[in-house]
Design a protein around this ligand. Structure first.
Ligand code: 5GP
Length: 191
């Protein structure tokens, strides 16, 4: 853990270290590069804002070392409240900037929990006639098993705890932590 950072005082324990994240992203990038070696037209990475921003930045650079050329697209989604979330109804707050018909798409996700947003997104991207759509998720929680979301590339299976860091927030904070950890209970009491 980094010494002396303000955020270390708020973290109860680290779940995945900065180094583990770096190594895992290199492995994932190798795997994806091998799978798309025969796709000279390259890959379109679709990042869902905001949680996957750190991951997509590091993953794209890791692909740059071995893999096919990549292009980046960003989407912002929000669900219609709790009841609608469970039906998987999603509103697009920022859509793709370009057509994706005929492209090989990889959705870059921070964490798959229920998988409901992701399953909606996969249907949406398929309706826009991508040549193929796969998912890379850096983290997966046990509940993800309940929904049949095909996540081809998974970084880490983690316990069902609320985690922050490496793009993941609590009330928009902690995204800049270089590792992923669990907040101390008093942090929630403070807010
Ligand atoms: P799902 O539709 O799979 O239930 O929701 C996944 C989204 O919920 C993730 O993209 C992420 O934004 C958020 N999420 C799920 N688990 C956590 C967590 O432990 N910490 C944070 N900060 N966000 C989470």
């Amino acid at each position: 853990m980094a010494q002396g950072s303000w955020y270390d005082a708020d973290i109860d324990h680290v779940i995945i270290s900065e180094e583990q994240i770096r190594e895992k992203i290199a492995e994932l990038a190798k795997e994806v590069s091998a799978d798309y070696a025969s796709a000279p037209e390259g890959l379109l990475l679709v990042c869902v804002l905001k949680g996957a921003v750190m991951f997509v930045a590091d993953f794209a650079r890791a692909l740059g070392r071995h893999g096919p050329p990549v292009e980046l697209e960003f989407m912002a989604l929000s669900s219609y409240g709790q009841a609608a979330t469970s039906s998987g109804v999603v509103r697009i707050r920022k859509d793709l900037d370009r057509e994706i018909a005929g492209r090989h798409v990889i959705v870059v996700e921070d964490i798959v929990d229920s998988g409901l947003t992701l399953s909606w997104l996969l249907r949406y991207l398929e309706s826009r006639e991508a040549a193929s759509v796969e998912v890379v998720a850096l983290f997966r929680k046990p509940d993800a098993i309940q929904v049949a979301v095909p996540v081809k590339y998974v970084g880490f299976d983690i316990p069902s705890e609320f985690v922050v860091g490496y793009g993941l927030d609590f009330a928009e904070r902690y995204r800049e932590l270089p590792y992923v950890g669990v907040l101390k209970p008093e942090v929630y009491a403070r807010s």
